[in-house]
Design a protein around this ligand. Structure first.
Ligand code: CIZ
Ligand code: SF4
Length: 363
């Protein structure tokens, strides 16, 4: 549906009034009515770096979800203020790993005597206190484009480097997305499915025996994305029947059997580039969030671009940022009021930054 012209006008007016004091970031999964007001667009990693590249902007309005706004706050200067237009825009995957649950899991590993050879690695899609946990315990952060490099680092350079404690016998605790962890370990690094176990935070000892934990190379947290986790192997078969010659392109947050059946797998930025570079007339079925797939289809009318699923599949929390919330946040700033500011306490920010800096230094 077309946006309310009055709200569009108000958003434009507020942006003009704030000028260079304002920097609006828009994630690729945002609604059309919101993303048109973004000064830059990107995936979570690109946006975190873009936020840091604008030190003169007083206000960073983050059109995305909570963990992304936290990362922006961590990576920008203390004087800059990060605003999330709707505080209810969380991420169900990030919420699947709470700090208390992760501490409890670490206690289990400590009791078994394996914590000191285990390197925690968290996906960007996690709260600041989980990133800080990784920073404090010798681990790092990864994105969907550098997960293999982060895991390689963890196994080789983990505590004490190649000669350090547990070298050759190391494990990774991968948080919170089991699918990204498994797809990376198995499809990109040569681990077997049996090298991976799934730790369920709702069961005692993660629902695992001591032997299973001891034998595992990769301990996957039992989290998933409610959007990407919905695609099934059946969706891939169905689209191949429907569109002969179609290229199936999916995000690594999809289940292992979906990624295995796909032709290409990659991060959000990878997906966008692959479609841009695809020849005219080619056909693509894309397994990622629907706002982005629709935009790609509209931007490339010379290619056939369809959604991998037959049902509608938006990220409901991304969609909470709508034009009324954006206008409210911007007009409040014009009135001198910073609403919905996202701040990370300095102690957490310090250790989260340690983990993020390790990621940024990955070879
Ligand atoms: O699934 C998401 O939310 C993704 C891919 C976020 C991002 O930009 O990394
Ligand atoms: Fe979280 Fe998935 Fe939504 Fe991304 S698409 S914000 S991982 S629920």
């Amino acid at each position: 549906p077309a946006s309310d012209p009055d709200l569009v006008e108000r958003a434009l007016r507020a942006k003009a009034a704030l000028g260079d004091r304002l920097f609006v970031l828009g994630h690729h999964y945002q609604r059309d009515e919101v993303i048109r007001f973004a000064d830059v667009t990107g995936d979570s990693f690109k946006l975190a770096k873009d936020a840091a590249a604008r030190p003169e902007a007083e206000f960073i309005v983050f059109c995305g979800v909570h963990f992304m706004a936290e990362s922006a706050d961590i990576l920008t200067s203390p004087a800059q203020r990060v605003v999330l237009p709707d505080l209810a825009a969380g991420c169900s995957m990030a919420d699947m790993a709470t700090f208390d649950q992760v501490e409890e899991a670490w206690d289990v590993l400590t009791e078994m005597g394996v914590a000191d050879v285990t390197v925690p690695v968290t996906y960007m899609n996690s709260s600041a206190d989980i990133k800080a946990f990784c920073g404090r315990n010798g681990g790092t952060v990864c994105t969907s484009s550098n997960a293999r490099r982060a895991l390689t680092w963890a196994f080789e350079q983990g505590p004490g480097g190649p000669e350090g404690k547990g070298a050759g016998d190391r494990k990774v605790l991968f948080l919170p997305d089991q699918h990204l962890g498994r797809n990376t370990a198995v499809l990109e690094m040569g681990f077997s499915l049996d090298d991976c176990v799934v730790y369920n935070p709702h069961r005692p000892d993660g629902g695992l025996t001591e032997e299973q934990i001891r034998n595992a190379k990769v301990i996957l947290w039992r989290g998933h994305c409610s959007v990407h986790g919905r695609f099934t192997a059946g969706c891939v078969d169905e689209v191949r029947d429907r569109i002969p010659g179609v290229n199936v392109l999916v995000h690594p947050e999809c289940r292992h059997e979906v990624v295995t059946k796909a032709d290409q797998v990659g991060s959000t930025e990878y997906i966008i580039k692959a479609i841009e570079q695809a020849p005219a007339g080619s056909a693509w079925a894309v397994g990622t969030e629907l706002n982005l797939v629709k935009r790609l289809a509209a931007r490339h009318p010379d290619k056939t671009i369809t959604f991998l699923d037959r049902t509608v599949c938006y990220c409901s929390t991304m969609n909470r940022i709508d034009l009324p919330h954006l206008v409210w946040a911007l007009e409040s700033l014009v009135d001198g009021q910073v609403v919905n500011q996202i701040t990370v306490d300095p102690g957490t920010a310090h250790w989260a930054r340690v983990a993020l800096d390790r990621m940024l230094a990955l070879p």
